[in-house]
Design a protein around this ligand. Structure first.
Ligand code: ZN
Length: 206
C-alpha cells in the first residue's frame, strides 16, 4: 500500500474517497488488512501529509477511524469527540483538512451503543457534559414529533442516526468554506454509522 503523495491525493475524486473508505472497512471486516510498513510510512510522511479524508467520529475506544477503515499513516485526518458533535474547533479543523491540505471527503461517523447519545437521551448532567448533550438533544423533538410512543432503545437508535445527519448539516450551515467546496464538487460531506457489534460502517447516502 502506497503512502499518499500530493499527486495521488489530487487524483482521488470525492466519490473515490468514499469508495476507498468502504473498501477499507470491507478489508477490516474480512480481517484482510493491508500489510503496511508503518516505519516506512513514518519516513514517507516526515516532510508532508496528503490525507484523502476527514473523519469526525466519537472518542469511543472501539471506533478508531484508522482501524475500522484500514488506513495507514498519512491517509486520514481523524477528529474525535464524544458524540461526534460539531463545534467551532472541529469546524476549523475540518476546514484546514479540506481547504488547506486537500482532503476529498468529510465523514461524520456515529456509532451504536454510544454513551454520549445515551447520556443525551437520559439528560445526564455532569460537569461539562451538557455542552455535548445539548448539541445531541436538538434532534430529539423532531424524532418524537414523528413517533410519540417510541421506545427508549429505539429513541437511542434514531438519535444516533439523526445526530449524524445534524452533524453533516451543521458542517454545511456553519462553514461557508465547506459549503462552497461541496457545491463546487471539490469535496463530499457524508454521514455514517459504525456498528460496534459487527464492525460494519453503513454510509447514510442520499
Ligand atoms: Zn460514542
Amino acid at each position: 500500500m502506497r503512502t499518499l503523495t500530493k499527486e495521488l491525493q489530487q487524483d482521488i475524486t470525492p466519490q473515490r474517497a468514499i469508495d476507498l473508505l468502504k473498501e477499507g472497512n470491507q478489508r477490516f471486516l474480512n480481517n484482510l488488512k493491508f500489510n503496511r510498513n508503518l516505519l516506512q510510512q513514518v519516513n514517507d510522511t516526515s516532510e508532508s501529509q496528503h490525507p484523502f479524508a476527514v473523519i469526525i467520529s466519537c472518542m469511543d475506544s472501539r471506533t478508531s477511524a484508522e482501524l475500522i477503515f484500514d488506513q495507514g499513516l498519512g491517509d486520514v485526518f481523524s477528529i474525535r469527540i464524544a458524540g461526534n458533535v460539531i463545534n467551532e474547533d472541529i469546524l476549523a479543523s475540518t476546514e484546514f483538512g479540506c481547504k488547506v491540505v486537500g482532503a476529498k471527503v468529510v465523514v461524520v461517523l456515529g456509532h451504536t451503543s454510544c454513551g454520549a447519545i445515551k447520556g443525551a437521551v437520559d439528560d445526564v448532567d455532569l460537569g461539562h457534559l451538557h455542552f455535548i448533550t445539548k448539541k445531541i438533544q436538538r434532534c430529539i423533538p423532531k424524532i418524537k414529533a414523528t413517533d410519540k410512543f417510541i421506545s427508549p432503545s429505539d429513541l437511542v437508535t434514531s438519535v444516533t442516526t439523526e445526530n449524524v445527519i445534524q452533524g453533516v448539516q451543521d458542517l454545511k450551515a456553519r462553514s461557508s468554506i465547506l459549503e462552497e467546496m461541496e457545491y463546487t464538487k471539490k469535496i463530499k460531506i457524508v454521514g455514517g454509522v459504525y456498528d460496534v457489534s459487527s464492525g460494519v460502517v453503513t454510509f447514510l447516502e442520499a
